[in-house]
Design a protein around this ligand. Structure first.
Ligand code: GLU
Length: 317
């Protein structure tokens, strides 16, 4: 097995970087342009506290869909599993992440899962608080604690852009209002969703979210218990089956550990009991996953033997 070192990660980055050519940068994100297309960075933090990093690790990018993990954790704390999954399903979906048709075609009462846009908006609608500011502050407090980074902030530019380009998400939300899935204020749920998407993080922050999921339910810096452990199990299972949009099955096979991507090219990976992985590689494929980041995830899985379903060379021969 390959030893995990910074030199190895540098090599893995250079092996994976050419895959950026197969993707495109999401130009709806302010500050994104062609010059960052082949940026690629990785941070890995082990449950023993060892930190490794390589590549372009200083770039702050919007959380985008990686925020769906955090929103789900906050809603699970607020309402528990049974109530949350009355509102949103837990099944993978083969359609694109912002699909409208699935809401009408399959089950008008709830979206497939919390990792697609409709599901995440429905989850955001659940998060407790007297107004959007309070609800978002609760989200940020939790995020700052699990990343041990109290400077994390929203980008107003990204937030404005999310709002300006939010027609599709508004359609999803109002459709869900019409079916009774969204029973709280629709515009507030959308506003919270846009804010959650717009929080800026770098590789290390993404890795710390993965580490929190891998390690457990306590604040990394204190003994404060942040969330019951069984909720983390639920979240990891949902990420495993639905975290990489409609390529989730592919990543379950090829990486074999839970990963969640965002259209900023961010990826959070979590290897239970072992490590958290944070990747930023802005060029994404048509499904929304970082092309170089996806190649890197698969390489790390193979070289570091991270596939939880067994290793390639242990096929029982
Ligand atoms: N912010 C975009 C949206 O809500 C993309 C989210 C994502 O999949 O990363 O449609």
């Amino acid at each position: 097995m390959q030893e995990l070192t910074n030199d190895y990660l540098e090599e893995a980055i250079e092996d994976s970087r050419p895959y950026a050519a197969n993707g495109d940068v999401n130009m709806n994100i302010p500050e994104y342009d062609e010059t960052i297309k082949d940026h690629l960075g990785v941070s890995i933090i082990t449950t023993n506290g060892e930190c490794y990093a390589a590549g372009d690790t200083t770039q702050y990018v919007p959380m985008q869909s990686t925020s769906k993990i955090i929103g789900l954790m906050v809603a699970l704390q607020d309402f528990g599993k049974d109530r949350v999954f009355q509102t949103v399903g837990m099944e993978p979906m083969g359609d694109f992440f912002n699909s409208i048709s699935q809401l009408e075609s399959y089950d008008t009462s709830k979206p497939f899962n919390p990792m697609i846009n409709a599901g995440a908006i429905a989850v955001a609608a659940l998060i407790k608080g007297k107004d959007v500011e309070t609800r978002f502050e609760r989200y940020m407090n939790f995020l700052r604690k699990i990343t041990n980074h109290d400077q994390l902030e929203i980008s107003e530019e990204v937030y404005k852009s999310e709002k300006a380009n939010g027609a599709r998400n508004r359609s999803l939300a109002y459709f869900m209002q019409s079916t009774g899935t969204l029973v709280t204020n629709v515009e507030e749920a959308l506003d919270l969703y846009y804010r959650m998407n717009s929080v800026m993080m770098r590789c290390e922050d993404f890795a710390r979210v993965g580490l929190f999921l891998a390690k457990g339910d306590y604040n990394p810096e204190s003994d404060e218990r942040l969330i019951p452990a069984h909720h983390l199990r639920t979240v990891k299972a949902i990420i495993m089956s639905s975290g990489m949009y409609n390529s989730s099955g592919h990543y379950a096979v090829e990486a074999g550990f839970p990963c969640k991507s965002g259209v900023s090219g961010s990826i959070i990976g979590t290897i239970p009991g072992n490590m958290g992985v944070g990747i930023v590689g802005p060029a994404i494929d048509e499904k929304g996953n970082s092309t170089a980041g996806g190649a890197l995830i698969k390489k790390l899985s193979q070289d570091l033997e991270l596939n939880m379903f067994g290793l390639e060379n242990t096929d029982g021969r």
